[in-house]
Design a protein around this ligand. Structure first.
Ligand SMILES: NC(=O)c1ccc[n+]([C@@H]2O[C@H](COP(=O)([O-])OP(=O)(O)OC[C@H]3O[C@@H](n4cnc5c(N)ncnc54)[C@H](O)[C@@H]3O)[C@@H](O)[C@H]2O)c1
Ligand SMILES: [Zn+2]
Length: 344
């Protein structure tokens, strides 16, 4: 089969490789669409240590079942499916607690690190364990389904933050993840949804997708402005989807006493923490990691038209042109958000 292989850091080849051989508990998915994730782009130069070559990346994908293992039960050849980005163990302590996103030794599709290498979906076929498969509603296209994963990441954060009707919420960072958080906050019935980003194009998208106020992160007195917008108290909740010192601090200082801050961004490994502000104002700060059971809800929301991924779709391109698209994303070409690659 053809695959887009990261052969060495910053170097791809589109070439013939062995078709994956499935185990009894897996299906073979003929890939129809696979999204390039920011973590793939950051990983391709070696800086994250999570894409050690050679590896076929790709953990946001959809396709058609083309082979089934002996134990896959009711999954049929020809079914349209997507799958979780994470392969978690079923016999794990955390999984049994309902926290499969935190299970030990979980493996991410299309990731190659010191502990494991698992080829992903930038290929004609990918092997997928049955327990991470989800059927696609007929209204959801393969391309849309390849974007379920980041929406599910956003929904997982909401499920931890439990926003209430008419809550005021600040979303710091309106890239892929932040923009989906905004759409979901609107679905959840939040009141003021305040978007903060440095990129005016992203803020325009944020407004289109449900933000009631859009503020540039460079605005002098930004924090004061946010407090003013939220009854001089501060927002009920904040989400941070950048992952650096300054934006985490902004998220914390934007919420009212007793408010909550949900952290998704993780660009920095360590940051300074405004300890006294958090303690004396009784702020709840929580991390949100990956996805834990949100796929079916996201697929339903997409099928019902309540979540619209199309405005974030920048291009659909043949897999053979993947290297060029990776480079364009790596160069931070303006206006590019999500690029979906399609095997021919
Ligand atoms: N917790 C998880 O499970 C999870 C999953 C996926 C991604 N992430 C992380 O979430 C973060 C966002 O991911 P993404 O895919 O949306 O990335 P992205 O690059 O699409 O978005 C990041 C946004 O932050 C904005 N930004 C940068 N500096 C800023 C600043 N100082 N103030 C305001 N905005 C600023 C950028 O303009 C961009 O729009 C990353 O750190 C990523 O690693 C976490
Ligand atoms: Zn991803």
């Amino acid at each position: 089969m053809k695959a887009l292989v990261l052969d060495a850091y910053n170097s791809f080849s589109y070439k013939d490789v062995e078709k994956p051989v499935i185990t009894d508990d897996e299906v073979l998915v003929q890939v129809k669409a696979a999204g390039i994730c920011g973590s793939d782009v950051h990983g391709m130069d070696g800086s994250t240590g999570r894409r050690i070559p050679p590896v076929i990346m790709g953990h946001e994908a959809a396709g058609i079942i083309s082979e089934v293992g002996k134990n896959v039960g009711d999954w049929q050849i020809g079914e349209r499916v997507t799958f979780d980005s994470t392969i978690y163990r079923l016999d794990d302590w955390y999984t049994r607690k309902g926290l499969y996103n935190l299970s030990d030794n979980r493996v991410v599709m299309g990731v190659s690190c010191n502990e494991y290498r698992r080829h992903g979906a930038f290929a004609e076929y990918v092997a997928v364990p049955k327990h991470i498969l989800y059927r696609l509603p007929e209204q959801v296209s393969f391309t849309q389904a390849a974007m379920v994963e980041p929406v599910a990441v956003a929904l997982h954060a909401l499920s931890l933050a439990t926003p209430e009707v008419n809550d005021s919420v600040v979303v710091v960072g309106t890239g892929m993840i932040g923009l989906f958080i905004i759409q979901l906050l609107k679905v959840a019935g939040c009141g003021k949804i305040i978007a903060v980003d440095l990129d005016e194009e992203k803020l325009k998208l944020a407004a289109q997708l449900g933000a009631t106020h859009c503020l540039n992160g460079k605005l002098p007195g930004l924090q004061v402005e946010i407090i003013k917008l939220t009854n001089s108290r501060g927002a009920d909740k904040a989400f941070e989807a950048v992952g650096i010192q300054e934006t985490v601090k902004l998220a914390i200082e934007s919420v009212r006493k007793g408010g909550s801050v949900t952290l998704l961004g993780n660009l920095s490994t360590d940051i300074q923490f405004p300890l006294q502000s958090v303690v004396t104002r009784q702020i709840k700060v929580q991390g949100s990691c990956a996805i834990c059971g949100e796929y079916p809800a996201v697929l339903d929301l997409m099928a019902a038209g309540k979540i619209n991924v199309n405005p974030l779709l920048s291009a659909e391109a043949p897999l053979s042109e993947g290297a060029d698209w990776f480079q364009r994303l790596y160069n931070k070409e303006k206006g590019l958000v999500k690029v979906i690659l399609q095997p021919e």
